[in-house]
Ligand binder design. Sequence first.
Ligand SMILES: Cc1ncc(C[n+]2csc(CCOP(=O)(O)OP(=O)(O)O)c2C)c(N)n1
Ligand code: SF4
Length: 471
Amino acid sequence: MVKHTKPKTFYEDFVRKGGPGEKNTHYCPGCGHGNVHKLIAEVIDELGIQDRVIFCSPVGCSVFAYYYFDTGNIQCAHGRAPAVGTGLARSLENSIIISYQGDGDLAGIGMGAIMHAANRGEHIAVFFVNNAIYGMTGGQMAPTTIVGQKTLTTPLGRSAGRDGFPLTMCEIINNLAAPVFIERVSLGNAARILKAKKAIKQALVNQVEKKGFSFVEILSPCPINWKMQPIEARKWLIDKLEPVFPVKNFRNGDSQVKYDPPRPVSDEEMKKLFNLEKDISIKQKEEHISEQLVKLAGFGGQGVLSGGILLANCAIAEKHNTSWLPSYGPEMRGGTANAGVIISDGQIGSPLVDNPNFFIAMNGPSLDSFEDQVLPGGTILVNSSLIERKVNRSDIKTLYAPLTEIAQQAGAVAAATVAGITMYALSTGIIAVDTIRQVIPLSIKRKALIDENLKVVDAAREYYEKNLAKT
Ligand SMILES: Cc1ncc(C[n+]2csc(CCOP(=O)(O)OP(=O)(O)O)c2C)c(N)n1
Ligand code: SF4
């Protein structure tokens, strides 16, 4: 006698549908998602990996998988489950990652994400539920809709000449070197469902054994959008879908490529990367610093981005945690550009600097754009060479300095932001001017340019001490 029980990987109640006590899912009668959920949950039970699994839900009918699977769960942006899974698999060594995706999700909007995850051989198991239609949104043509199939957007049937042929994902992914397991299965009848479970199990065993990227395509019915009864839908699946998407194993073995996920970079490697191997004697500050949110903004060509890099490199050299995030328009010169630099003793969660506590405004439009965003109590350093107006706010400190002229007189008009960074250092004490002087030769190759930049630093320091030190 076969006793059917609910896998313990499932929650006791499926509250999505009707609150506590509810045992039914939100799927339509005859939908394949329910079968696939059950098979995955059974395999997780059998392998004893429930507390290691992180289930990446897609956008599509299975968006609410986290109401059923009592595992780690994460709901991903449309098509991005393999990218999210990549991050999880690489950062949580003991985890077993499932990327669960529909055909619209995987082969439509998420085509790039799946191809690159497969090509990198990420350690994830992908369960690709191919029902040849967009189920959730009401039955539009999917990348896997077969020629002649009627959908909401192909009411006369898909035409190869107009809409292209259906994409056969197993065959496409089978062209890549890295994947270890690729199989297409079907939910057409009970025997096929048992075979599907075997493939699902192999894909998850591969994760337990750290073998690599495993891809199972599951041909699955969507009776409601195929406009069929559930039994008729299973028959149509066998008769019409299977000839286009042959059910078979495409690959089962070891990867031809050695998995080489990123690892923390050692101090020695970091020094090499940032050219900090040369003899420098930058002192690490003992005292704790308050988090610095610095924004530099101006037009392209003013050195806004490179000024941000210089500041970030100085902060790195002084052993602070640092981020640098550039933002610029499509033009190289003349467009707008800004850079956000965060300097902190703690961890930096996001590199975005929406509300700076120190803002270096290199031109008028930048001051107009960002003046209101500076945190109360913060500072704005205004490049008075190009900005005629004064700052309107009274709850912040303002410094006015002709940064462009200072740089020009020192022979390096493009280094106006270096003057700004020098004044930032003097005004806040977060980094030392001496650090700037030591870092400049590391990041600039031409000797003449190094000398000019150092002259800008000295001229900016002189200007600051004469005119601003007491403000
Ligand atoms: C960025 C974005 N674009 C479009 C949608 C609309 N949308 C929701 S589900 C879906 C397609 C789902 O089809 P499929 O991946 O085949 O899953 P199924 O519902 O059939 O299981 C689309 C286009 C969305 N939610 N977000
Ligand atoms: S619309 Fe289709 S895929 Fe979505 S729940 Fe219903 S049968 Fe399943």
